[in-house]
Design a protein around this ligand. Structure first.
Ligand SMILES: Cc1cc2nc3c(=O)[nH]c(=O)nc-3n(C[C@H](O)[C@H](O)[C@H](O)COP(=O)(O)OP(=O)(O)OC[C@H]3O[C@@H](n4cnc5c(N)ncnc54)[C@H](O)[C@@H]3O)c2cc1C
Ligand code: FES
Ligand code: FES
Length: 366
């Protein structure tokens, strides 16, 4: 496996050569989904989430624990309840999507709390199945929920109790072996370099010494552009990951608004806005903005992709962003201050009036 992501190909992404399926290689189908555990620098806690492994370069997995469907359970060792309930409920036919489906529900359960039936259903927004028609799959997930339907409850009773720690018993608790990121790291191979600095100063220094180096955060834009690192026409040999940059992991909630650093993901924004709404019940815009942002892509992408990256590809490549009109409406309607890196917000605001598409989207919000 080539650890350096010079192209969006199955040989440079983190999709393991196991039962996890590489399929579209664009973050669109969910067949390659794996669960990761990582330290969330913005919220200062360990989190579980599902990601499209086809878009995640192997080097970006440094310091993370990655669980594939093999780590969850198997017929030989013992099936996890997620696997058992999908199988019992005829939630698979050809089986191509099944590893991704299992990992989708597994990551939801591992991310804490007991999901509601609605949450578990919405959690399918990033996984495509061409055979089952979803009903049996959704019911299998619903059987873990606090408000499961009578049919889903029957399935749970038939399959037995859910042992939330089974995976840990099978493979050991991964997070116990991991450290909070504290040091900058870099990887080099065959002319390609990957830098993951911890400070803004260091990131800017690297950029100064290597002007053609490309900043990335979620590295998901290659999924829609069908080519990796096209800033240098596919030849950006040096990549600077902003994920661990302390100054860009700022998430501030004050009485007058929210400030998001440039290393925050779209999911960070959604969660922060929802929490802000709970505290500031007299306001209406935080929930409206969060609901709008939930329409961007699907949850595997939202938890990897940065809001800043979305604005950057909108400015640089004319990407028809869904995030931009949401932020634009937020800016207009509630005076929310969005802290943008490199003046991207201002540049976008200057560009937007001439775009009929933007104006159309803008009026749709009024
Ligand atoms: C399957 C799929 C579905 C999608 N669906 C939607 C959708 O429905 N609606 C929508 O609006 N978008 C959608 N997107 C686009 C997605 O939102 C963007 O790919 C994502 O937001 C880009 O963020 P990133 O962190 O991954 O950027 P990256 O891929 O890491 O970088 C993209 C660009 O931004 C620059 N950049 C990134 N972060 C910073 C920063 N902090 N400072 C300076 N420069 C930076 C990089 O240099 C690069 O030029 C989809 C993407 C995929 C793959
Ligand atoms: S292979 Fe389709 S989302 Fe990764
Ligand atoms: S079971 Fe065939 S694609 Fe889902």
């Amino acid at each position: 496996m080539n650890p350096i992501p010079d192209r969006c190909s199955s040989s440079s992404c983190a999709t393991p050569r196991l039962k996890t399926q590489p399929s579209c290689l664009q973050g669109g189908c969910g067949a390659c989904v794996v669960a990761i555990q990582e330290y969330d620098l913005a919220n200062k806690r360990w989190v579980y989430r599902s990601v499209n492994s086809c878009l995640k370069p192997l080097v970006a997995c440094h310091g993370l624990s990655v669980t594939t469907v093999e780590g969850v359970g198997s017929e030989r060792r013992c099936l996890h309840q997620v696997q058992k309930r999908i199988a019992e409920n005829h939630g698979m036919q050809c089986g191509f999507c099944t590893p991704g489906m299992v990992m989708n529900t597994y990551a939801l359960l591992k991310s804490g709390g007991k999901p509601t039936a609605e949450e578990s259903m919405k959690n399918y927004d990033g996984n495509i199945c061409r055979c089952t028609g979803y009903r049996n799959l959704v019911q299998a997930s619903e059987s873990f929920c606090s408000d499961a339907s009578p049919e889903a409850q029957q399935l749970a009773e038939k399959c037995g109790a859910h042992d939330a720690d089974l995976c840990d018993k099978l493979s050991g608790p991964e997070h116990a072996k991991m450290d909070v990121p504290r040091q900058s790291v870099s990887f080099f191979k065959e002319g390609f370099a990957w830098y993951a600095p911890m400070s803004l100063e260091e990131a800017l220094e690297i950029k100064k010494s290597k002007p053609r180096a490309m900043y990335i955060l979620g590295d998901t834009a290659k999924g829609i552009r069908q080519a990796a690192y096209e800033v240098a026409n596919g030849r950006a040999n040096d990549v600077i990951s902003l994920r661990n940059v302390t100054e860009l992991n700022v998430l501030e909630k004050t009485g007058t608004g929210l400030t998001f650093g440039g290393a925050l993901t779209i999911q960070h924004l959604v969660e922060a806005l929802e929490q802000y709404q709970e505290v500031h019940t007299q306001l209406q815009w935080p929930k409206a903005l969060a609901d709008g942002l939930k329409n961007v892509a699907q949850h595997h992408i939202r938890s990897e992709a940065g809001w800043a990256g979305n604005l950057l590809i909108t400015i640089q490549r004319g990407f028809p962003s869904d995030l931009f009109p949401c932020l634009l409406a937020g800016e207009e309607r509630c005076g929310t201050m969005i802290g943008a890196v490199h003046g991207s917000w201002q540049r976008l605001m200057r560009k937007s009036p001439s775009s009929p598409a933007t104006l159309g989207m803008r009026s749709a919000w009024h």
